[in-house]
Design a protein around this ligand. Structure first.
Ligand code: 6GU
Length: 223
């Protein structure tokens, strides 16, 4: 079973995320185990500080090395992958999420404010990951995104194996439109072809919609 530890200054941000939906079921079914840790548990001073002002000046606060080193050294196991969530990391991709899902033990470190002391990255981090070209106030939601994306690749987490293969990005095309009942709703009808029962024609139609949508919204994926 994949073991995941998350180190954050905001552990409660993950409560709902871990309890709900497909991920919550995957954890209940022991397809993965996620432990969330408050970094302040490893701070040593009486104010429980985990961050401090940057040397050289500048706005914001920087995560201190001592609590992070102590936390990671306590939690790590031989061969585990220690991941820091940061906008200047390697962009998350389906391949990276799939690689993470094959590991035995992942430790996610969520940063804060202006960042973390460089010695943390140099000393106790194996991989830096970004979830996109925008900046979050801290990496905790980014850790949730990576965990959600990798959990889908763990066998058993998604009920139907098929649902993995048909989705966006597995074939570098965006999804085709889906419809369910009723066949007509407020004057809007479901495309006739989907009611025809002709599976070959339905596949052709869906592929055409995928190419159309991808050309319109993400032409970069077609190059
Ligand atoms: Cl991984 N962390 C933060 N703080 N902001 C981000 C991000 C990560 N990825 C995109 N923006």
């Amino acid at each position: 079973m994949l073991r995941i530890d998350v180190l954050t200054l905001f552990p409660r941000m993950l409560d709902g995320f871990l309890a709900e939906s497909i991920l919550g079921k995957g954890i209940a079914a022991q397809h993965l185990a996620v432990s969330v840790h408050d970094l302040r548990a490893w701070s040593t001073d009486k104010h429980r500080t985990a961050d401090d002002r940057p040397f050289g000046g500048g706005a914001g606060m920087v995560l201190k090395p001592e609590p992070v080193f102590a936390a990671i050294e306590q939690l790590q196991s031989p061969g585990c992958c220690r991941i820091y969530l940061t906008p200047d990391g390697t962009p998350l991709s389906p391949t990276l999420a799939h690689d993470f899902s094959k590991q035995q033990h992942l430790i996610f470190l969520s940063g804060h404010y202006e960042g973390i002391d460089q010695r943390i990255r140099d000393g106790v981090i194996d991989q830096e990951v970004s979830i996109g070209d925008y900046v979050l106030t801290n990496g905790t939601l980014a850790a949730a995104v990576v965990i959600d994306a990798l959990a889908r690749f763990i066998p058993g987490v998604l009920g139907e194996e098929k649902s993995l293969t048909h989705e966006s990005f597995t074939n570098k095309l965006l999804d085709f439109p889906q419809y369910t009942r009723p066949a007509e709703f407020r004057g809007m009808s479901v495309p006739e072809i989907l009611l025809s029962g002709n599976h070959a024609e339905i596949e052709k139609w869906r592929h055409a919609r995928q190419v159309e949508k991808t050309r319109l919204v993400r032409p970069d994926l077609l190059k």
